[in-house]
Design a protein around this ligand. Sequence first.
Ligand SMILES: [Zn+2]
Ligand SMILES: [Zn+2]
Length: 351
Amino acid sequence: MKAAVYYKNSDIRVEDVDDVPVDAGEAKVKVMACGVCGSDVMEWYRIKKAGRPGGIGAFGHECTGVVTEAGSKAAKKVQVGDRVVVTHHVPCNTCSACINGHTTACQTLQSTKFKNNYGAYAEYVVVPDINVDRGILKLPDSVSFDEGTFVEPLGCVVRGQQWASPAGGKSVLVIGAGLSGLLHLQAARVNGAGFIAVSDINTDRLDVAKKFGASATIIATEDVPNRFKELNAGRGADVVVMTAPVPACVKQSLEAVGAGGTILFFAPTNPEVNSEINIWNLWQKEVTITHSYAADFRNLQTALRWIQHGRINVKDMVTQVFPLVRTQEGFVLTAQPKGGSLKVIIHPQDP
Ligand SMILES: [Zn+2]
Ligand SMILES: [Zn+2]
């Protein structure tokens, strides 16, 4: 079968790779759509294992498709012809992290992946036993394959707001108007936020944030924390969601949060980057600092229901749909968005 093989963001080659055998507990899915995620283009993370079989199983993880083969044991869970969302990360459900509700901090979850050697930008993906057991969602007929690719990124946002809830009309500052910032904005509305401001350096992105329901936007070259307070009747934010992973935005988060507020550090900075925290700023505010990683099955299910019932507009976030041969272009656009690009989706079956 054909698969996109990763060497670096600007070098992704479509190659003929071996078909992946399907064992009794496994299922083969014809990939109809696979979103390109910000984590796919984290080059420092991915390049270590680039071009080697088995190294980049999580390369391409926002997948939807049709089941074309189910092993004898897997047939209890899925049938040939099922339209599905498949997830690469599934928890063990028995370790202490899982038992304590931190299912995405589970070692099993973090090491599970599709069986493909070169990732899921491929004509087919083979879903391992444990993922068939607890990582496949049936796609309702009314949800398109493209919309279904948002189940994973939106699921991650659902999880983040589980730890930093805006319910009860709380004020929210979303730092960064990229895809995850815009999903956080929409999710905050569904979750019951009050005033929501979005900041970004890109004014086009701020216009998009307005369209998706931001109460106000702040250009990141301004003094973001003070501008937020001006807009929010003099008060700091009840919830700050940081989706722009640079130290300057860490600092802004700490300064923008109000009394009793919560900061969600949603996007990670690069591993060698340290950010300073001035504890004095927090001392009299009783602030909670939290973060989240990935999504568990419950988060994914919530995301799917929100998409299915039109609570979140994902359709208008898709700006490019490319065939497999143009995967590299999709990566470059995701790493350095241009011309209003927001979400790129790869269609491996398109010529
Ligand atoms: Zn993702
Ligand atoms: Zn576990």
